[in-house]
Design a protein around this ligand. Structure first.
Ligand code: NOJ
Length: 754
């Protein structure tokens, strides 16, 4: 029986509010158009290109190029916006130059990488994905926008919508994990948080969804590498989050560094025009990544910077970050229509922000007190504790008693600068607590926290320097032996050892790719020695990506994955460690057993030679590894709690209008807690073939001890369908496995026939 006869966009009901663009109603839209027509009629070609020029300023640079003599360029109308300038005073002054000293007085945009908070730093996006709490993502973005806008910023280069299944890639930390639906919901929430439904509100800022497209799939997990795949895979696995952000009204899009089908995204017309504008109806402007236009030469697609500019503009790029290449097109009459379009899109964004009404709307001095407030910090702490994932907890070792003697040991135990995680450019770490301080505060008057660093991040000083860039140096001059000796003597005095280990903030992030995902050498050795003391060891694992924790999972009784929790990490960890909050995080990407499994996803295809049901190890001529189980160590969606949950048998209602599945979940323990109930499907026979499992919904429940709640999922066309190789939605029909459970592995399955 065919239930669904129409072709519909999946995940993305067309009715979704386009808050950015719908805020200008037809009449207001006409007024805006008249204003921009009139402004553009006065602009010289150079001034139009000036709007498309985004030089960098400030002390933070992510590449080689630095622009010079910015003030003079602004006076000459050759700058559309600036980025990485921090502080109301500086921004006000630069804006004043644009408004008062340039011929037409067009205000500038001020951009910044506000990725997971501003001075109040929230957990890294990968951690926020572990909460599966879209409201948390929206709140993070809202608070970030309130703080950044109070400090002069009108545009953030966030959210990052790159799906990634490869933990070698350092930027997995900046995204929302391996699943397209989880990423889609999170990025859409971020866009809503930054922009609200009223961009003219002075606490709203432009969002910029990046990096379009496929950056999370760089080959070998290697930074800036090519990303190649079938269009079928793009439409189903990698495009949905970008599209969700566009549907949520994202005002701008950043083109990715990588190639797609051999053509760098920066000059890929299929991506920037055919898909983004023609298929998805994107109305905002597209900016390049840092120096990406001039780098078209290095890609080998442009002979020189002039050709690079030409290719990028014709493909659909509107704004050039740092390369300043579009000025080279001034004499080319054929480029005029492209330049007009690009300039208009940027002016529209400025208009919608209200900058033509009040260019200083983000620069009022009295708003700085809205930054790093008790309220924002409270939100950051509340969200941080939702993101920690309890991976193991033998014999309920956790939560710890506050009246214990705790040996806090490890290179992440007493560092202020490494709590925030990568891409926290506005962070002020001197104000953030170290973990040691957080635990001490929590046990104050009841227990004792002893401390020893125990080891450096790694025995290799060069690797340590690579992983602690940007002033986050933490190397101890003592020898490994001296540090170990001290740690063991501290450990012996304690009831329990809490080991704060793993990665530093910059061990992941841009250009921090790893070929080895296991615990760095000296840290592993230290854990081995700590275990030998016979004291129970709790590992607090810091990382910006899934890592390999085989030895740890086999040998330590408790592991809490804490990612990087932001400015309030220390208090949030204490909340969970001592049981004031029950952990509820679920992995947004599986933790592998070995780096050799990368890239890996639970959304794998069955292959023609699947392993027999329940079998995970080598089987000749079946899809398996000779030297490792096939499964991850911790599956996608996994996370324990201090309480226990019972899932009833799911019930299917196969109504002809819309089937549903429901399941009751009971908190069978003694603590109130949250649980994330997950829905997966498998389309059993289809052409093209579908993966063995796909997340198609979830609900986060709060359940008091003993409480039962029933969750219902609609099995509608969005939930069951997929895209074909041309991006057309395929109607769902035939048999589906409907799976519900607390993670991707532990599910109860029913069959639905359509
Ligand atoms: C390069 C990064 O790829 C991008 O994400 C960032 O927004 C820009 N640099 C600007 O800092």
């Amino acid at each position: 029986m065919k239930l669904f006869n129409r072709i519909l966009p999946l995940f993305l009901p067309a009715s979704l509010a386009l808050c950015f663009f719908s805020c200008t109603r037809p009449a207001a839209e006409q007024t805006m158009n008249r204003f921009i027509d009139s402004l553009m009629s006065e602009m010289t070609l150079e001034e139009k290109i000036g709007q498309m020029n985004l030089p960098v300023t400030g002390s933070i640079v992510t590449g080689q190029a630095q622009s010079s003599d910015i003030a003079q360029q602004i006076r000459e109308g050759r700058v559309g916006g600036l980025f990485n300038l921090k502080g109301v005073e500086s921004i006000r002054e630069v804006q004043r130059i644009a408004v008062e000293e340039s011929r037409l007085g067009i205000p500038l945009l001020f951009g910044m990488d506000v990725i997971h908070g501003y001075e109040t730093v929230f957990p890294i996006p990968l951690a926020v994905a572990s909460s599966w709490d879209t409201l948390a993502a929206q709140t993070m973005a809202r608070v970030s926008a309130q703080e950044a806008s109070a400090d002069g910023i009108s545009w953030t280069f966030s959210p990052m919508a790159d799906v990634s299944c490869d933990a070698r890639w350092g930027r997995m930390s900046e995204g929302f994990g391996e699943d397209p639906l989880l990423c889609s919901k999170m990025v859409a929430a971020m866009v809503r948080g930054y922009q609200t439904d009223n961009l003219a509100d002075s606490t709203s800022i432009l969002s910029c969804v990046k990096h379009f497209a496929l950056y999370g799939a760089v080959e070998g997990g290697l930074e800036y590498n090519n990303a190649e795949m079938s269009r079928y895979r793009m439409y189903n696995d990698y495009f949905p989050p970008y599209r969700a952000a566009v549907e949520a009204g994202a005002a701008s899009v950043m083109a990715a560094f990588n190639t797609v089908e051999g053509i760098p995204a920066t000059c890929n017309k299929w991506l920037l025009t055919d898909i983004l504008r023609n298929e998805w109806n994107f109305q905002g402007f597209v900016v390049s990544d840092y120096t990406a236009v001039q780098e078209l030469r290095e890609h080998g697609v442009a002979a020189d910077k002039h050709e690079a500019a030409l290719l990028a503009l014709q493909a659909g790029l509107d704004m050039d970050m740092v390369s300043e290449a579009f000025f080279l097109l001034q004499d080319d009459k054929n480029m005029l229509p492209y330049i007009d379009k690009a300039c208009r899109r940027i002016l529209e964004a400025k208009y919608r922000l209200g900058l033509f009404d009040d260019p200083y709307r983000y620069c009022s001095r009295n708003r700085e007190e809205n930054i790093y407030t008790a309220q924002s910090r409270g939100e950051a702490r509340r969200i941080a504790r939702e993101t920690f994932v309890l991976l193991k907890n033998d014999n309920s070792l956790l939560p710890l008693k506050k009246n214990s003697t705790i040996a806090l040991i490890g290179p992440l135990a007493d560092t202020r600068a490494n709590m925030s995680g990568t891409w926290a450019v506005a962070a002020t770490p001197s104000r953030y607590k170290t973990l040691r301080e957080g635990l001490q505060d929590a046990v104050e008057g009841k227990g004792t926290v002893l401390y020893a660093k125990g080891c450096n991040l790694t025995s290799d000083p060069v690797l340590e320097a690579n992983a602690t860039m940007f002033g986050r140096e933490m190397r101890d001059p003592r020898s490994d032996e001296q540090m170990l000796k001290e740690a063991l003597s501290v450990a012996r005095k304690a009831d329990v050892i809490v080991a704060a280990m793993g990665e530093s903030s910059e061990y992941s992030g841009e250009c921090a790719c790893r070929t080895d995902l296991s615990m760095p050498d000296v840290q592993h050795d230290l854990l081995v020695e700590l275990k030998k003391t016979g004291k129970p060891v709790v590992l607090l694992n810091f990382s910006g990506r899934p890592v390999v924790l085989n030895w740890e999972a086999e040998n330590l009784p408790a592991i809490l994955q804490v990612w990087f929790g932001g400015s309030e990490t220390a208090d949030a960890v204490a909340d969970v460690l001592f049981g004031d909050y029950c952990p509820s995080g679920k992995l947004p990407a599986a933790f592998p057993r070995t780096v050799g499994q990368m890239p890996m996803t639970y959304r794998r295809f069955n292959t023609s030679r699947p392993l027999a049901d329940g079998k995970d190890t080598f089987s000749k001529y079946q899809s398996s590894y000779i030297d490792s189980p096939k499964s991850p160590l911790f599956p996608f969606g996994f996370g324990l709690s201090y309480t226990t949950f019972h899932y009833s048998s799911p019930v299917l209602q196969n109504s002809p209008t819309c089937p549903t599945v429901s399941i009751s979940v009971t908190n069978t323990g003694t603590r109130d807690a949250d649980e994330v109930v997950q829905l997966y499907i498998r389309d059993k026979v289809s052409m093209p073939a579908r993966p063995v499992q796909e997340l198609r919904g979830w609900q986060r429940l709060h359940l008091a001890a003993g409480e039962t709640k029933t969750v219902e999922f609609l099995l509608d066309v969005q939930t069951l369908g997929f895209y074909d190789q041309e991006g057309k939605a395929v109607k769902p029909e035939g048999e589906f496995e409907i799976m519900v459970g607390p993670d991707s592995k532990n599910v109860k399955t029913l069959t639905l026939s359509l």
